[in-house]
Write a protein that binds this ligand. Structure first.
Ligand SMILES: *Cc1c(COP(=O)(O)O)cnc(C)c1O
Length: 452
């Protein structure tokens, strides 16, 4: 084969790489120019979701330029190497401390002494740790109370949760052989059913998970009510129980907005809380948090604490994951000092306003029942009215909206309500009134086209 002149090799449009099929099955023998490789990868990604039109994800798609720069500078660090990156480790602790206090731990209680926590890859790792903590502390309590916890026929541990759980809880139960006791949702209770939840609890219950931001709908479990039920139960129970709050989305919303009953460490029986930093914490995907408070019984068990070297000393490592970049921790800390309480508050208020406006406009179309209207968490969820009398479904609407570029998922509700199809929009910071306006125009067009 004749060698191409160099000027052509350097021109992507004229190069062999341009016309050759891309590598898919085996590692290519030879490499290529870095700019050409970059262009190819960009082309492969061309039709991936456009962030501003993606109403399906909870995750952050946009950060400030300064945060981008900090993350780039921190990408090559390893968060677990606390001796090598002691300042990043310190920032992680600052973040945990700020979260603990944001979630109702009084200021005189100190990080390390009165509460503890860690960053995680996301809420999934946080939930896994929260669940494991419930499991191990239950084992200790049960053993002390004389239960033969090694006899799984008699004492298989169980976890109580609404049927509106996120999939990580199913993973948790399967991975660790815990029986998952789901309390079904009803038409009129699209969250943990407080009239029935305690019927599911017995001496083998490791704890109850409250979900503060039900992923399917954007509704919330009434943690305050749950706390009082648990308080009553514990008064006479052979084995008292505690609550883990999965606040993947709500943990970064409720502290800044009015209209929420106490749901956090202000409640006596809440032992631990997780949140996704990459949802309303406004950091790119790859970070979550979990905090444990000491005043709850037997606290964080020893089975979850492993010591790692830190500046000639050692500190607890709690996370399941080992190596990962410190960039996300750096970015979370940046957000905390950049926005402060009032900054987050302003962002969340704007976001909720957009959600409420969206719900109002959807209602005015007259064909949707609004199940969750954005007045608590900034999510909106709806179904077609029973008497809407349409020859199309929400799945058709989803497809139609996709033609306009909008991603608005439709799906069935979980167990007991699976015959109902709903559609959901997660309003994220960055979804402005302008974007909403464009969306609503396209939505009306989509409905009209489907009607026709
Ligand atoms: C998103 C979510 C999770 C999983 O969180 P990741 O951060 O994506 O791992 C768990 N629970 C709830 C309620 C969620 O909304």
């Amino acid at each position: 084969m004749e060698k191409k002149p160099e000027y052509l090799e350097r021109t992507f449009l004229g190069s062999d790489a341009f016309k050759n099929p891309i590598a898919k099955d085996v590692l290519p023998q030879d490499g290529m120019d870095p700019d050409v490789a970059k262009t190819i990868v960009e082309h492969i990604r061309l039709n991936e979701a456009k962030a501003d039109q993606n109403f399906a994800t909870f995750c952050t798609t946009e950060m400030e330029k300064q945060a981008d720069e900090l993350m780039l500078e921190g990408l090559n660090t390893n968060a677990i190497d606390k001796s090598e990156y002691p300042r990043t480790a310190a920032m992680e602790n600052y973040c945990v401390s700020m979260l603990g206090h944001l979630w109702g731990i009084p200021e005189n209680e100190k990080f390390g002494d009165d509460f503890i926590g860690t960053s995680t890859v996301g809420s999934s790792e946080g939930c896994m740790l929260g669940g494991l903590s419930l499991l191990f502390t239950w084992k200790h309590r049960a053993k002390a109370a004389g239960l033969d916890v090694d006899d799984l026929h008699k004492h298989r541990p169980n976890l109580v949760i609404t049927s509106g759980y996120q999939v990580v809880w199913e993973k948790f139960c399967n991975y660790w052989n815990v029986e998952m006791r789901t309390v079904p949702m009803h038409d009129d209770v699209l969250s943990l059913d407080m009239d029935h939840v305690m019927d599911y609890v017995d001496e083998n219950t490791i704890g109850i998970v409250g979900i503060f931001g039900i992923t399917y709908t954007g509704g919330i479990d009434d943690i305050k009510k749950l706390d009082s039920l648990v308080e009553d139960y514990n008064k006479t129970a052979k084995l008292p129980i505690k609550i883990h709050v999965d606040a993947a989305s709500g943990g970064f919303i409720a502290p800044f907005l009015d209209g929420f009953e106490p749901w956090d460490f202000r409640l006596k029986n809440v032992a631990s809380i997780n949140v996704s930093g990459h949802k309303y914490g406004m950091v790119y995907p790859g970070i979550g948090w979990i905090v444990w408070r000491k005043n709850t019984m037997d606290y964080l068990p020893k089975e979850l604490r492993y010591s790692v070297a830190y500046l000639g000393d050692s500190v607890d490592s709690i996370a399941i994951n080992f190596s990962r970049s410190g960039a996300h921790i750096i970015a979370q800390y940046y957000n905390f000092i950049r926005f402060g309480f009032n900054g987050y508050k302003a962002v969340m208020e704007n976001t909720r306003d957009v959600a409420k406006t969206l719900a109002k406009n959807l209602r005015e179309l007259g064909i949707f029942d609004i199940l969750v209207d954005g007045s608590k968490l900034p999510l909106v969820c709806w179904k077609l009215k029973d008497n809407a009398d349409r020859k199309w479904t929400l799945y058709d609407l989803e497809t139609k909206l996709k033609e306009f570029g909008w991603q608005v998922p439709a799906y069935p509700l979980p167990e007991n309500l699976e015959k109902q199809t709903i559609q959901r929009i997660v309003v994220r910071p960055g979804m402005t009134m302008t974007i909403l306006d464009d969306f609503l125009e396209d939505l009306q067009m989509a409905v009209k086209e489907l009607d026709d």
